[in-house]
Design a protein around this ligand. Structure first.
Ligand SMILES: Nc1ncnc2c1ncn2[C@@H]1O[C@H](COP(=O)(O)OP(=O)(O)O)[C@@H](O)[C@H]1O
Ligand SMILES: Cc1ncc(C[n+]2csc(CCOP(=O)(O)OP(=O)(O)O)c2C)c(N)n1
Ligand SMILES: [Mg+2]
Ligand SMILES: [Mg+2]
Ligand SMILES: [Mg+2]
Length: 319
């Protein structure tokens, strides 16, 4: 019985994990050679990478290996979507402790495969090394379908700001886990397996989005990137930030402000985009604010809520 990765070995692990990943029409050559071959018919390939490090991004006692497989794909595809692209291929690099149970790798791979099924995109390669700290690094590629990418620098005063996806639930879920709670389950579930609004990024691009990003570090902090790149400010309307009942319930348990969690919570992997004011938004997109001219000077907060500077702080890896 091969019970740990140490017993199975590097190539055994690679074979076992890659056997779980189906190909798609975008892939000419998948895992197994020195590099994979992906179709790029319109010659505009979007590329992104995000890591998950044990202790920093996940804990094995808080998330199952399946959860971590789901999340590793979701957080990367969210960045592909945020450019207005369709995910085509993923490369998965693993840093694995030698005593990791083989069952962990099996379950992780199953989570990756399931989430790829939901998001689109096929695993075409990766890397596997021994490491003291369990680490998952995903690189994702996407196809822009001949369109220009939706960048962070195209927002203009007068545009509307809208979001697709969920805000605050993941941060509430993390805070619950930190207190040893796993209810309200919807929040903890969202933390373990964020659900980016797949295909809404491409849809936003077709609708003429002027700027877009995925919310990984908190709404206010991430909107600051659009403001800085576009030379604009953003005013959020608190009336449009309506916490769902599960978030209100969690906030009450945590003695936290539910709207504060929506403004500052990380790992939402929702999409925020700006659109010309006359854009008819589909129901998946909720208007939450307006783009205004850049404010300069000491009072020049880039992101305000009802005209007042927001104190919401987001995630920072280095304090
Ligand atoms: N070590 C690095 N080398 C090169 N580019 C990096 C590195 N780390 C981050 N970047 C780039 O900096 C930008 C911001 O990174 P990040 O905040 O992680 O983006 P996101 O929140 O979209 O995942 C991205 O374009 C990313 O590719
Ligand atoms: C054990 C644990 N502690 C804290 C967090 C919270 N957390 C870790 S990273 C992060 C922000 C998003 O991750 P990052 O690596 O910054 O992704 P990116 O912005 O590059 O997409 C948050 C909120 C967590 N997920 N797990
Ligand atoms: Mg990143
Ligand atoms: Mg990211
Ligand atoms: Mg970040």
């Amino acid at each position: 019985m091969l019970s740990t990765i140490g017993d199975l070995g590097e190539f055994g692990l690679i074979e076992r994990v890659t056997a779980r990943f189906p190909g798609t029409d975008d892939v000419i050559l998948g895992p197994g050679d020195d590099a994979a071959v992906i179709k790029a018919p319109d010659q505009r390939v979007v590329a992104t990478t995000d890591m998950l490090v044990e202790g920093r991004h996940f804990r094995r006692d808080w998330s199952t290996p399946r959860d971590i497989g789901h999340k590793a794909v979701a957080q990367n595809v969210a960045d592909i979507e945020a450019m207005g692209a369709r995910p085509t291929a993923l490369l998965i690099a693993l840093g694995v402790p030698t005593d990791l149970p083989v069952a962990w790798a099996d379950e992780f791979a199953a989570g990756v495969a399931d989430e790829c099924g939901a998001s689109g995109g096929a695993v075409v390669g990766g890397d596997t090394v021994r490491s003291e700290v369990l680490t998952v690094s995903v690189t994702a590629l996407g196809d822009l379908g001949g369109r220009a990418a939706v960048r962070r620098d195209g927002a203009r005063p007068g545009d509307v700001l809208a979001v697709a996806g969920r805000l605050g639930l993941s941060a509430a879920g993390l805070a619950l886990l930190e207190r040893g709670l796993d209810d309200p389950a919807a929040c903890v579930r969202e933390h373990r397996r964020p659900r980016p609004p797949y295909s809404e990024g491409e849809r936003a691009a077709r609708l003429g989005a002027t700027a877009m990003l995925d919310i990984s570090d908190g709404l206010v902090q991430d909107l600051g990137h659009i403001c800085a790149a576009s030379g604009v400010a953003v005013d959020l309307e608190s009336a449009a930030l309506v916490p769902p009942p599960e978030l209100r319930a969690a906030a009450e348990l945590l003695a936290a402000d539910p709207v504060g969690l929506m403004l500052a919570g990380g790992e939402d992997h929702a999409l925020a985009a700006t659109f010309p004011a006359d854009t008819e938004l589909p129901e998946e997109w909720t208007r939450i604010g307006t783009v205004t001219p850049e404010r300069t000077g000491a009072a020049g907060a880039a992101v305000t809520v009802d005209g007042r500077p927001s104190e919401a702080a987001g995630w920072r890896h280095f304090g």
